[in-house]
Write a protein that binds this ligand. Structure first.
Ligand SMILES: [Zn+2]
Length: 457
């Protein structure tokens, strides 16, 4: 816990809300101050670009970024050769080597521009589901730029705005007491924003979350997909009444068709998916036709085969991205660790922005069978399992799967046999499966729910 967190924990509730609002005031300046309006306009104008205009725009931005990285960023100065740099400046991005997470994780400042080293910056940490988190460093201007793209391409596409009252599920520790009896949110009066705690969400606390939506006249919600999905399930089970909402925009975890349909049933509004990263290394958002468009002005996205060549449309490969939006700490050909495929069809909305057909999963979420088979989205084994509130799959070794479940009262040995059967159906009879009933499944330090944990290196 930081000193600030310790101080915050010690305050009574009304003062905590005031601290959140003060913090909100500061963030409001950071988000909407400076050149926010200019960034906002830029994203609106470029949305009408045709394919040629996008290509020219990216080419120009890339050339500038490569020049900066080659002349000002210590890491790239050491790693890149002259030949690679000149090829990349001519648009041949594939001439440059891929960037792993480890060098940034070990030394994030090695990626900061020398000519901006005195600039004030803010640090965002990834949740670090595997090992230590990555520190991404942002100038105030970059923070505004990233909010502008969210306002234009995410909120506005879904018919809402960051200027309207909203609720957020994120990793912020808004309620420091794990045994709190509520409320499980804090209110930022500056942005009319409810910060929900993902750590306290349970069947018996769900009604507190719904009451917060009513009290603060919340119009839309954004944040962790899994938290909104779980809240939706609890709302349906308890028959709670949700006030009218315009949209839910999910971030962070992949949204499955099942999660989407449960959420539509509970919230009575459309669910939109946003696909991005803490580093803003790429940005994709869902248009009115339900297609996930990549924003080419945020980053150049490649989907690659294991040999490094580009995937065909529809072919699943690894996502590699070059962030054009942030040059303070450039990330060039960064391996995200996600698997995805391009859509082969163009979108009826008419935007010339590439469409990702689906984000299949994360490489670290892959479950491996004793015969070497690999599967993503393994948590699908919990679909149509009405006696499980939450489930988590832990791969201990190639022949050992441990399943943790939070059961309902109806859960019995038949369900245990069913889970074992489902796992063996997918990975073969040779796999050893254990099932453990638990009261709750711990969240990561950022409040995230992990459906699959692999302990295989
Ligand atoms: Zn579209």
């Amino acid at each position: 816990m930081t000193k600030f967190d310790q101080l915050y924990s010690a305050l009574p509730l009304p003062l905590q809300n005031q601290v959140v609002s003060l913090y909100g005031l500061y963030w409001h300046w950071l988000r909407f101050g400076g050149n926010f309006a200019e960034h906002d306009r830029g994203y609106r104008e470029r949305e009408r670009f045709d394919a040629d205009q996008w290509a020219a725009y990216q080419q120009k931005q890339l050339r500038e970024l490569i020049t900066i990285a080659a002349e000002q960023v210590p890491y790239y100065q050491r790693i890149w050769t002259e030949d690679q740099i000149s090829a990349a400046k001519c648009g041949e991005l594939t001439a440059l080597p891929l960037l792993e997470k480890d060098p940034i994780r070990r030394n994030p400042k090695d990626f900061v521009r020398r000519d901006m080293s005195r600039e004030r910056y803010w640090t965002n940490l990834t949740s670090g589901s595997t090992g230590t988190p990555i520190a991404s460093m942002w100038t105030a201007e970059e923070t505004r730029d990233s909010l502008a793209v969210r306002e234009v391409r995410s909120a506005n596409w879904a018919g809402v705005s960051f200027k309207q009252p909203r609720a957020t599920f994120s990793g912020r520790m808004v309620e420091p007491n794990p045994d709190s009896k509520g409320p499980f949110y804090r209110f930022n009066s500056v942005e009319k924003q409810v910060y929900f705690s993902p750590f306290h969400l349970r069947p018996d606390t769900a009604h507190f979350y719904v009451e917060a939506l009513k009290r603060h006249k919340i119009r839309w919600m954004t944040g962790y997909a899994v938290s909104y999905y779980l809240l939706a399930k609890f709302i349906i089970d308890a028959g709670l009444d949700v006030p009218p909402l315009t949209a839910v925009i999910t971030t962070s975890e992949k949204l499955t068709p099942e999660m989407r349909s449960v959420m539509e049933q509970a919230y009575h509004c459309r669910i939109y998916e946003e696909y991005s990263t803490v580093e803003n290394a790429l940005f994709a958002s869902e248009c009115e036709h339900g297609h996930l468009h990549v924003s080419p002005d945020v980053g150049i996205v490649e989907i690659l085969r294991p040999d490094g060549s580009a995937c065909e449309l529809g072919e699943i490969g690894e996502v590699v991205t070059t962030c054009l939006m942030r040059s303070f700490q450039p990330m060039i050909r960064f391996r995200l660790g996600d698997l995805a495929a391009w859509d082969s069809e163009s979108c009826p909305c008419g935007r010339s922005m590439p469409v990702i057909k689906e984000v299949v999963g994360r490489i670290e979420d892959v479950v491996v069978g004793p015969d070497g088979r690999q599967m993503v989205r393994f948590h699908g084994i919990f679909v149509n399992q009405p006696h499980i509130i939450e489930g988590q799959i832990i791969q201990e070794s190639v022949d050992q799967i441990h399943v943790k479940v939070v059961p309902t009262h109806e859960f019995s040995d038949i369900d245990i046999q069913d889970i074992i059967h489902r796992v063996q159906q997918r990975l073969g009879k040779a796999i050893h499966v254990t099932v453990e009933k638990v009261d709750m499944i711990p969240r990561t330090s950022a409040g995230k729910f992990k459906a699959v944990i692999s302990n295989i290196q």
